[in-house]
Design a protein around this ligand. Structure first.
Ligand SMILES: C[S@@+](CC[C@H](N)C(=O)[O-])C[C@H]1O[C@@H](n2cnc3c(N)ncnc32)[C@H](O)[C@@H]1O
Length: 392
C-alpha cells in the first residue's frame, strides 16, 4: 500500500519567506512599465461563489484518492517516505488552471494509464485570472497560489527553487493572434520569467509557448527570446512537441524552451509508439446525457468559419483545442453537436476528476490555454531524470 500523506502537512513544512523587495530597477525596463498599462484589472475576490461547479464522472477509477487535501493528486509521498530524498521545489508562473503543474506533480490517471507521482512539489504559483485561480485552488491547493499580476507578487517568491516553469501568455505570437511579436505587450511577460530565473537560480527551467514562434513571422523574436533565456551558467535548448506523440489525443504543437544549469545536456523524452484517437478518448461519453455537474455541456453555436466548421475524426487525434473560439469549438466526430467541456478537457488529457469551477466561457479558456498534463508529465519526468538520474 502506498503511503498517503496529507499534502497540507507537507506544504506547511515548506517555508515561503517573504523576502527582499521588487527586482532591481535595472530590470524595470520600458516594456515592463507598459505591462502595467495593458493588463486586465488586478484580481479581487468574487462577492458570490462562481456560477457553477463542474464535477467529475464517477466511472473514473478512484483508487488514487485518499483523504488528501488536494483531491486530484494521489498524494503518494515520493520523497522522504521512500528514502529517495526530498522533493524538488517548483515555482510556477502563469499557472492558469494548473495543467502544467498537474503534469509536474503526476499521481493521476488518464486514458487508462496511471501517471505516477513525480518528485516535485509546487511551492509557489501565480496567475492574474481569478477564475483560473479558482480552478487551480480547487484541484491543486491554494496555499502556494499567489493571485494577481506577476509584477505585484514577485516579492513573495522564495529565494531559490529547483525548477521554474511557465507558459507565458502567447496571444501576440499565436497564428490565431495578432502577430504583433516584439511590439506585443503580453509577450514581453517572458521577461518576467527571466527575472524569476535570475532570482531563484533553478537547476532547470521550462518555458512553453505556441508554434508561431518558430514560423517566419516569429523567428527573429524567438531568436531574441532564446538569447535572453541563455543566462550565464545555463544551456538553453528548445523543441517543438506534438502532444499526440506523448499520449495526448490531440495534434497540438507547442515549443518548449528548456534551460539547464550545468554541463550535461537535457534529454527530451522520446515520442511514444501509439497515438490516442478522439474515439479512444471520448467513446464512452457518446451515450452520456448532458450533465452540468460533470462539465458535460456543450456550446449550441451554429456554423461559423474555420474551426467553427471543423468536425473531429474518430480515428485520429483531435485538432488543437483553442482558448478563444467564442463557442465555436470543434464538432463531435459522430454526434450532431459540438464537443462538451469535459470532452475538450479529455482531449487536453485532464483526468475527469479535475474540476472546472466556473461558467462555460471561462472554462473553455482555461482548458484551451493549458499545457496538456500528460505532455507536461513526460517533460517533468525528463526534468527529474536530469536533476537526479538515480531517482526517477
Ligand atoms: C497560456 S496560459 C498558461 C496556462 C498554464 N500553463 C496551464 O498549463 O494551465 C497564460 C496565463 O498567463 C496569465 N497571465 C497573463 N498576464 C499575466 C500577468 N501579468 N501576471 C500573471 N499572470 C498573467 C493568464 O491569465 C493565463 O492564465
Amino acid at each position: 500500500m502506498p503511503q498517503y500523506v496529507q499534502r497540507q502537512h507537507r506544504r506547511g513544512s515548506v517555508g515561503f519567506p517573504v523576502v527582499g523587495s521588487r527586482l532591481a530597477p535595472s530590470h524595470a525596463s520600458k516594456k515592463h512599465q507598459q505591462e502595467r498599462l495593458i493588463e486586465p484589472p488586478a484580481y479581487s475576490e468574487p462577492a458570490s461563489p462562481p456560477k457553477c461547479r463542474l464535477g467529475a464522472f464517477p466511472q473514473v477509477p478512484t483508487d488514487l484518492k485518499s483523504d488528501c487535501a488536494v483531491p486530484n493528486i494521489d498524494c503518494e509521498e515520493f520523497g522522504e517516505a521512500t528514502g529517495k530524498g526530498p522533493m524538488h521545489t517548483v515555482v510556477s508562473l502563469f499557472s492558469g488552471c494548473g495543467g502544467m503543474d498537474l503534469g509536474f506533480l503526476g499521481g493521476f490517471r488518464f486514458g487508462g494509464q496511471h501517471y505516477s507521482r513525480l518528485p516535485f512539489e509546487v511551492v509557489w504559483a501565480n496567475d492574474i485570472d481569478g477564475l483560473a485561480c479558482d480552478t487551480y485552488s480547487k484541484n491543486l491547493g491554494r496555499e502556494h497560489l499567489q493571485r494577481g499580476r506577476i509584477a505585484d507578487v514577485m516579492h513573495t517568491l522564495p529565494d531559490s527553487a529547483d525548477v521554474v516553469i511557465g507558459g507565458f501568455p502567447c496571444q501576440d505570437v499565436s497564428i490565431n493572434g495578432q502577430r504583433s511579436l516584439d511590439g506585443g505587450e503580453r509577450t514581453i511577460l517572458y521577461e518576467r520569467m527571466i527575472d524569476v530565473i535570475r532570482r531563484c537560480r533553478p537547476k532547470v527551467f521550462v518555458a512553453e509557448n505556441v508554434k508561431g514562434l518558430l514560423m517566419s513571422h516569429g523567428k527573429p523574436f524567438f531568436d531574441q527570446m532564446l538569447a535572453d533565456f541563455a543566462l550565464p551558467g545555463y544551456q538553453v535548448d528548445h523543441k517543438l512537441y506534438l502532444a499526440a506523440d506523448y499520449g495526448v489525443p490531440q495534434m497540438r504543437e507547442r515549443v518548449f524552451i528548456v534551460g539547464v544549469k550545468g554541463r550535461s545536456e537535457f534529454i527530451h523524452p522520446n515520442a511514444l509508439d501509439r497515438r490516442m484517437t478522439a474515439r479512444d478518448a471520448l467513446g464512452d461519453l457518446e451515450e452520456a446525457a448532458a450533465d452540468k455537474a460533470k462539465a458535460h455541456i456543450w456550446s449550441k453555436a451554429q456554423r461559423s468559419p474555420e474551426q467553427g466548421d471543423r468536425r473531429l475524426k474518430a480515428d485520429k487525434p483531435a485538432t488543437t483545442i483553442r482558448a478563444e473560439h467564442h463557442g465555436n469549438v470543434q464538432w463531435h466526430y459522430k454526434l450532431d453537436r459540438r464537443i462538451s467541456l469535459r470532452e475538450a478537457a479529455r482531449l487536453q488529457s485532464f483526468p475527469d476528476e479535475f474540476e472546472f469551477v466556473c461558467a462555460m466561457r471561462a472554462t473553455e479558456r482555461q482548458i484551451g490555454n493549458a499545457v496538456p498534463p500528460v505532455l507536461a508529465w513526460h517533460i517533468a519526468k525528463a526534468v527529474g531524470e536530469y536533476i537526479d538520474p538515480d531517482r526517477v
